[in-house]
Structures are given as C-alpha cells and as structure tokens.
Write a protein that binds this ligand. Structure first.
Ligand code: GLN
Length: 316
C-alpha cells in the first residue's frame, strides 16, 4: 500500500496532541535545579515530512536543552569520522537493561551502547579528538545546523554550569571506563566530559528537531535543503541503535509496542523517526520512572495504534 499522505496524517497528529495533553502523570527531572524549574504544562509536537512540509502544535518555538537527544547525532559523527569498526572497539551495541546512568559496563569493559550516558561520553571522546575543544564543539553545532536545515542550535549556559557541578556520576562513569582502558589512547578525560556536558546543553525547538528526525527518516537527506548528510551505513547503524537502545531501559517495551527508532532525553524531548515517511519531535518535561516523557511516549503509542507504522505491522 502507499504510505499515508501528510494531509491524511495531520488531522490525526492534531487530535493526538489534544488527547495526550490531558495526561498529567510524571515528574520533571530534578537532578539539576535548571530542569527542576521546567514548566510541566509545556507540551509541543512538530512533524516534518519527506516533501519538507511541516506542522506543529503547542509551544513549538520554545527551545529546550537536548540532553540525551544529542547522543544519536554524536554517534553519527563518530561513525562518519572513524567507521563502525573503530567506533565499536570502544562502545557496544546491546541495550543495557539498566537506568541510563548506571555504573556498569559490558563484559568487554565497554559502555553497552552509544545512547546511554557511558556510551555518550565515549562518543564525545571520539569526535575530532585532534582538534581543540572549541573547534570540536563547533564541528558538532555545525552538524546540528545542517541536520536541522540551517538553524544553529542554541546553548543553555545555566544548564551547562549545573551539569558540570552535579556530575559525580558522569565522572565516575568516565573513570570507570578509563580504568577498563575503554577510551582511545590519549583521551583527555576532562575535555571529553566538558564536551559531553556542552552537548547535553545544546537547545533546539521541536520544529527544528523534527527536521533532524526527518533527515534520519529520509536516508540522511535533509528534506529542506536536499543535502545528503549521512552515509547509508551511518544511518542504518544509528536507526538500529535508536530502535533497540533509544528509550533507556524501556527500549524493549518501546520496540515491542511502538516499533520505531526513537531517542528521549531527561528534559522531556523525544525524537521519533518513521522511515521513509516523517520525523516527529515531541517535548513535554514530566518524565516517567525510566526518564522518558510521559506525554511523548503516550503520543507515540497512540500514533501506532491508529496507523500501521510499527516496523513489523502488516501493511494493509
Ligand atoms: N545530562 C544528563 C546526564 O548526563 C543526560 C542524561 C539523559 O538525558 N538521560 O545525566
């Protein structure tokens, strides 16, 4: 069957935004004061289709910090720079089955996958390590601009400052990985953590994030600029780890019930990729016990209940 058209999908997205907005469970992240201050009522959804058409609902032009939503993009950068063999000498492929910041490594002493904290820190160590820190950060923001079709990401300095001041666990993870000789030789641990905190503090609104998701949905080709930004293998690897590991220790249930590549972050952001069709971005700060946005997950669940988008759903 032909995939549904934007004009068929848009009324459904508008309806799901309204129905899921009434979900009032969950609590905003509180591990840093800046996130604890988030407004639990904020809720925004945006979509970008393969033809570049876009729509949004709610506070769609408010930017929020990416937190773990930065991780798939950093993973793509490492794959483009080094190729998968080198990258996966330093990070695994398996869901960890544990919370995103668990102090644990796999049986080879590596982070379980690129989308939990340990793996996110490892990916930062692999991004342009020969350059100075400002240039490494600029390479990352430049890539976000290309992925989102031209809008440079913002930076939340208050979030960044508090990330680095409340970072005992992330330091512990970094030292644990260094003890296990997981990092590339010559890795500067402090610089790597700095880069990680900076990436978590990048900000985007859902409209721009939906374009990033649509780029992932369209074989790495940005639907607004027509620029191809990812090699086919990078895209395949990124979508695979998003599908298996993108929602922390809810990833198995998300794959079972929703069956689409996604990535969430503790600020309540969520990027959902519907390959070949569209990219969606959702933002709602209250989180469930896994650290995923309550309204975001509810929206995804309703979407696949209403349309056969689950990757293994029989297509009528
Ligand atoms: N800044 C957060 C941390 O490192 C990111 C984690 C997340 O979004 N789950 O703990």
């Amino acid at each position: 069957m032909n995939p549904p058209k934007p004009e068929q999908i848009l009324p459904l997205l508008a309806e799901l935004y309204q129905t899921t907005a009434s979900q009032n469970e969950g609590r905003v992240a509180s591990y840093i004061p800046q996130l604890a201050k988030a407004n639990p009522a904020h809720y925004a959804v945006a979509v970008c289709f393969a033809d570049g058409s876009q729509a949004s609902w709610g506070q769609a032009d408010l930017a929020f910090c990416l937190q773990s939503v930065c991780k798939p993009v950093n993973y793509c950068l490492t794959l483009e720079e080094h190729g998968e063999d080198k990258v996966h000498q330093h990070v695994g492929f398996e869901p960890s089955g544990q919370v995103f910041n668990a102090l644990t490594l796999n049986s080879q002493g590596l982070p379980h996958n690129p989308l939990i904290n340990a793996g996110g820190i490892m990916c930062c160590s692999l991004i342009r390590p020969q350059l100075k820190l400002p240039d490494r950060f600029e390479a990352i923001t430049q890539f976000w601009s290309e992925l989102s079709g031209g809008s440079p990401p913002g930076f939340d300095n208050a979030v960044y400052q508090s990330e680095r001041q409340s970072a005992d666990r992330n330091h512990a993870l970094a030292y644990f990985m260094r003890e296990n000789k997981a990092f590339p030789t010559d890795t500067d641990l402090e610089e790597t953590l700095e880069l990680y905190f900076q990436c978590c503090s990048l900000t985007l609104n859902v409209q721009d994030l939906a374009v990033v998701a649509a780029t992932l949905a369209q074989g790495g080709k940005n639907p607004l600029t027509g620029q191809t930004l990812l090699q086919p293998r990078t895209l395949r690897n990124c979508l695979t780890v998003m599908a298996t590991c993108g929602m922390y220790n809810f990833s198995g249930e998300f794959a079972f019930k929703i069956g689409l590549p996604a990535k969430s972050g503790v600020s309540g952001g969520l990027m959902l990729v519907v390959p070949g069709l569209m990219g969606l971005a959702l933002w709602s700060p209250p989180l469930d016990s896994y650290g995923n946005s309550v309204r975001g997950v509810a929206f995804c669940r309703e979407l696949v209940n209403r349309l056969p988008l689950h990757v293994y759903a029989p297509k009528p």
